[in-house]
Design a protein around this ligand. Sequence first.
Ligand code: BES
Ligand code: MN
Ligand code: ZN
Length: 501
Amino acid sequence: MKVSVTTIPLDELDIDLLLVPVAEGAVEATLKALSEQFGEIVQRTAADFTGAQDELIWLYPESGRARRLALVGMGPADRVDLERLRRVAARGAELARERKVVTAAIVRPQTSIDPESASQALVEGFMLAAYRFTRYKTDTSDLREIERLVIHETGEDEKASRRGAERGRIIAECVMTARDLVNLSPDEKTPTKLARLIEQSAKKYGYEADVWDKALIEEEGMGGLLAVNRGSPEPPTFTVLTWHPENALNERPVVLVGKGVVFDTGGLSLKPTKDSMDYMKSDMAGAAAVVGAMEALARLKIPLYVVGLIPATDNRPGENAYVPGEVIRMHSGKTVEVLNTDAEGRLILADALSYARTYRPILVIDLATLTGAQIIALGTEAAAVMTNNVEGAEERLQAIVAAGERSGDRVHPLPMYDEYAKLLESDVADLKNIGGREAGSITAAKFLEHFVDYPWIHIDMAGPAFLKEPKPYRPKGGTGFGVRLLVEFLRDFASPRRFSS
Ligand code: BES
Ligand code: MN
Ligand code: ZN
């Protein structure tokens, strides 16, 4: 989709659909202005329009070059935030699709939100709502692509609006990268094939990708990743991504770790098929988010040194599979008693987190579809976020929660009290890989905490990563959750105030 910003008079805009978001209280002025451009019919047709949230009126103008107008209510003006803008733009994309239009424009509403952020949000909402995964559809003759989105801008905000629209387009495309990877059929994303896809992304957008094969993983002693992989005919991979621009503000990197379980059968602790194993192609959504974020960092030229680590394997019950009761030795040297082979994510993440120590990172963020308990706690509306209690924990948590609110990829904190660690004590090894029914997301995080010695943020995104029912601008299937969160967080992290003095 092409995205642009224009300031030409509205009636000169040659467009199939012009979307006009209107807040309550702005109705009268908007209608007056529109009728000057598009004719008296505007006032008459929209006479009852109040601007209430989601209210919709179609208009077929008498003059001007727009084929059709859609007035969409945004509700009370003082409650218009970035998410409201994304959703109103998403509504525009739905309408555009229903009418099979090829070009659409959105009038950026005058609100208290700065024009740059507002345009970014409008473009994100529109593009993400227009996304469809059609790779496996043999007949797509019924689908019409929306080719162009125009943001209409008035006054002197053109430059800022253009910056925002461009950033919104890039971020939306990176979210789509993540969605595509999650939606891909598992046979097309074996660890090796996934690594190849990541290499292609790196090449295309100018960051580095180094793919380790099984021999290297063995040499490095990644006992968790290797144990999970044992029941699979496909070898594991460990992919190291690097974005290190010359103007990087940080010397020690921020490290992103993404769970790359390309298919989770549960292993010998086999999952039931219905509503469980049948969704497990999404178990690499954390990895997909890291890839999307690396693309965005490179494309937006964010001045930060960032490393991405992606341990990838499937989890299968093949004849050599690891078994419940087995004790494995991890990359860190710690031993783990595996009591459930379906708690595999923490084993591969633990090795990646332990390897991350070699970078002496200033911060590590891991993203993982880690526990069903996260879905029980928060559903699909927010991921769970946890952090270790070392330097700056409070500030770190605040920053990631704030990035979640702004980006729309929301995260909600869970506690990390010492007491929870008890649940992981093993009779025979240093720790066991399950903590029982209670506080499942927290005990998973407590497990990982054993393998970090740096400031660390853990994001359990089992719920929001994949939808069975669509939400505004998030269709069924992979959502690309985490990309916008990471980009927002890292953009803020790169602000000069952190690195001055
Ligand atoms: N990949 C699953 C978690 C998951 C469940 C993600 C549902 C998305 C939707 C993870 O590997 C898993 O199986 N976790 C177990 C852990 C348990 C055995 C301690 C779980 O949550 O049931
Ligand atoms: Mn599992
Ligand atoms: Zn899993």
